[in-house]
Design a binder for this molecule. Structure first.
Ligand code: UD1
Ligand code: UDP
Length: 368
């Protein structure tokens, strides 16, 4: 079985690695394609080094651009490659523009498409990622869901049962595999931080960082919080230029590499974020998380984890942060977030698309 795995942006690398490993252990031929959506050393190279991912076999080098330009460049560059490589399956992960571009090309190529993280829904159509998720699922053959809520969403949308597979969370595979190495680093000492005494923040959603009217109240809340607890913020390049007016008490640092960021999360007293993946990692680490959004596509982190939605109102953020600092939630983890999701995915793909596969490309109808 020949499989193309696609990666291209920061939250892709830790998702694709366990899938590649499990497929290679099953004797599949794995080809890694890097779209080039993220390209800075701190957003890209450090993840290959930290996670031991081999260099990509093909680089599409699309870079930054508007949604249409970026997605279009991914499609135009990926299409001839799929034609040349003729894979049995293409695996896309998550919800970034690279995911969508490669999904659309695959769907028209005759290869089977597998979506890792299928079924997540924020029901917020102002999020570009929600469009990417829904469209990618719609053209996928294998819908690889991380949690029962994702399975329910897919069933409600009418997908066939044989397309839907509850496999668990690949991001957790990578977290558990690397936690000890992360904790052994001197990340905290290097930043003059002490375990259990600081808050860690990430912000990069366009709805939070692109518009000063949305960002200013968030920065006010972080400034307030910094009066009671040191606050450190590794800045995503999208937000870096917008953080000029942040309180001097909030420590802004460059984006952290994977192992450093896991070390920072694991020892934080509190995490405040608008990231998707960080909501999941804090749940598994048992660290309280406040999500600076009105909705989440990962509701299981609210019901079975340490996450709370706090929106963007500074008073509500500070009030909730103080109450969580006083009484942190208990640690608990969703079922199948156990480090074996990559293995389950490899089994599903081999059964469906391997030599004995049931799901060879047939043109079989998807739900209407
Ligand atoms: C993208 C994803 C988002 C994901 C995030 C993870 C989409 C639509 N969005 O958002 O879902 O949560 O990645 O980090 O795919 N830039 C750099 N260096 C880089 C990459 C980007 O400076 O290596 C800057 C560029 O100015 C670029 C901007 O960041 O225009 C935004 O990059 P882009 O990939 O378009 O979206 P993200 O905001 O990173
Ligand atoms: N991450 C990192 N360094 C940082 C911020 C995040 O290594 O400075 C990791 C984080 O641990 C998680 C992933 O990046 O594994 C999440 O990516 P991001 O927040 O960029 O995207 P999202 O999950 O929101 O799509």
């Amino acid at each position: 079985m020949r499989v193309i795995c696609v990666a291209g942006a920061r939250p892709n690398y830790m998702k694709v690695k366990p899938v590649m490993d499990a497929l290679e252990d099953s004797a599949a031929e794995v080809i890694l394609v890097h779209t080039g959506q993220h390209y800075d050393a701190a957003m890209n190279d450090v993840f290959f080094a930290d996670l031991g991912i081999r260099p990509p076999d093909h680089r599409l080098q699309v870079g930054s651009g508007s949604h249409a330009v970026q997605t279009g460049k991914v499609m135009a560059a990926f299409e001839p490659l799929v034609g040349q490589l003729r894979p049995d399956v293409v695996v896309v992960v998550g919800d970034v523009n690279s995911t969508l571009g490669c999904a659309l090309v695959t769907a028209k190529s005759g290869a089977l498409l597998a979506h890792v993280e299928a079924g997540l829904r924020s029901r917020d159509w102002t999020m570009p990622e929600e469009i990417n998720r829904v469209v990618t699922d719609r053209v996928s053959d294998f819908l690889l869901a991380p949690s029962p809520d994702a399975v329910s969403n897919l069933r409600r949308e009418g997908y066939r049962e044989d397309q839907i597979h509850l496999v668990g969370n690949v991001m957790v595979d990578t977290l558990l595999a690397n936690l000890d190495r992360a904790l052994a680093r001197d990340t905290l000492a290097g930043l003059g931080l002490r375990a259990g005494e600081y808050a860690l923040v990430t912000l990069h959603r366009p709805a939070n960082v692109d518009d000063p009217e949305a960002l200013t109240p968030l920065l006010t809340a972080l400034g307030e919080l910094a009066r009671v607890c040191p606050v450190v913020l590794p800045a995503h390049p999208r937000a870096a230029g917008q953080l000029r007016d942040i309180s001097p008490q909030v420590r802004v640092i460059p984006p952290a590499g994977y192992l450093d960021f896991i070390a920072l999360q694991a020892s934080a007293r509190l995490v405040l974020t608008d990231s998707g993946g960080v909501q999941e990692e804090t749940t598994v680490l048992g660290v309280p998380c406040l999500t600076l959004r009105e909705n989440t596509e990962r509701p299981i982190t609210l019901t079975e984890g340490t996450n709370q939605l706090v929106g963007r109102d500074p008073e509500r953020i500070v009030k909730t942060a103080l109450s969580v600092l006083a009484a942190p939630p208990p640690r608990r983890s969703p079922a199948l977030w156990d480090g074996r999701a990559g293995q389950r995915i490899a089994e599903v793909l081999l059964a469906g698309a391997g030599p004995e596969g049931r799901l060879r490309p047939t043109g079989e109808s998807l739900p209407g």
